[in-house]
Design a protein around this ligand. Structure first.
Ligand SMILES: CC(C)(COP(=O)(O)OP(=O)(O)OC[C@H]1O[C@@H](n2cnc3c(N)ncnc32)[C@H](O)[C@@H]1OP(=O)(O)O)[C@@H](O)C(=O)NCCC(=O)NCCS
Length: 202
């Protein structure tokens, strides 16, 4: 199996990786029993990662098979975030290695690359979430020095879904609001976005 590791290259993802990367993302969602909530498409992945305004970065683990053939066996998706308490941060969105290639050090190599970016960009922290049943990963992260903020600091992860976002954006949520001096441009783009969602869900 050491031979496998010798043939694995950790490198930043490129646009042409997106087909395989999307399949790995779906594999991770199956592992987490969350395939049913995946709405991303390969096209959106390309646009969001490799379009004019990329919103994420990714390292992939590429296994060279023969002279001209290779396959992706793992990946780590991350992006820069910001903490008003500690400054620039990295959010680790996905971390996955195909089952048959686990426990060879590939995952740690991927994470080391993310940590090197965090160190060189002077990030104060790397944040991520883990499902509570994923004990093997929790143990692994703790071995690397990560701390569970839910148990140590009582932080809870909250999310607004698309419906909640658009209700709040168009003013139809139940909460009282102060009068908003929205610019015409902002109002127009919210209306356009709401119209687009309405069309997509019709
Ligand atoms: C977590 C994961 C990316 C680690 O990748 P990896 O290549 O196996 O990592 P390494 O070989 O560098 O380190 C192996 C360690 O990962 C830990 N680990 C976590 N989950 C594991 C799993 N499902 N299978 C095997 N090892 C796992 C173990 O502590 C293991 O140590 P060991 O080999 O001494 O038992 C990989 O196991 C995986 O894809 N798991 C399923 C998806 C997942 O849980 N992702 C994280 C979501 S928060």
């Amino acid at each position: 199996m050491d031979k496998v590791l010798q043939n694995v290259l950790i490198r930043p993802a490129v646009k042409s990786d997106c087909k395989e990367l999307f399949n790995l993302i779906k594999e991770l969602s199956v592992y987490e029993n969350l395939l049913h909530i995946v709405t991303l498409t390969e096209e959106k992945l390309i646009e969001d990662g490799f379009g004019p305004n990329p919103v994420f970065r990714c390292f992939v683990a590429e296994l060279k098979k023969e002279a001209s053939s290779s396959t992706l066996v793992g990946y780590a998706i991350y992006f820069f975030s910001f903490s008003s308490f500690t400054g620039k941060s990295i959010y680790l969105e996905d971390f996955y290695v195909k089952q048959q290639y686990r426990s060879l050090g590939i995952g740690t190599s991927l994470l080391r690359n993310v940590a090197q970016v965090a160190a060189s960009e002077s990030c104060g922290r790397i944040d991520f979430v883990v499902l509570s049943w994923n004990r093997s990963s929790i143990d692994y992260y703790e071995k690397l020095g990560a701390v569970n903020l839910t148990t140590t600091q009582d932080w809870h992860l909250f999310r607004m879904d698309r419906e909640a976002i658009f209700k709040l954006a168009d003013g139809s949520s139940a909460t009282k609001t102060a009068s908003v001096a929205a610019t015409t441009a902002a109002t127009t783009s919210i209306e356009a976005a709401i119209a687009a969602v309405a069309t997509a869900t019709a």
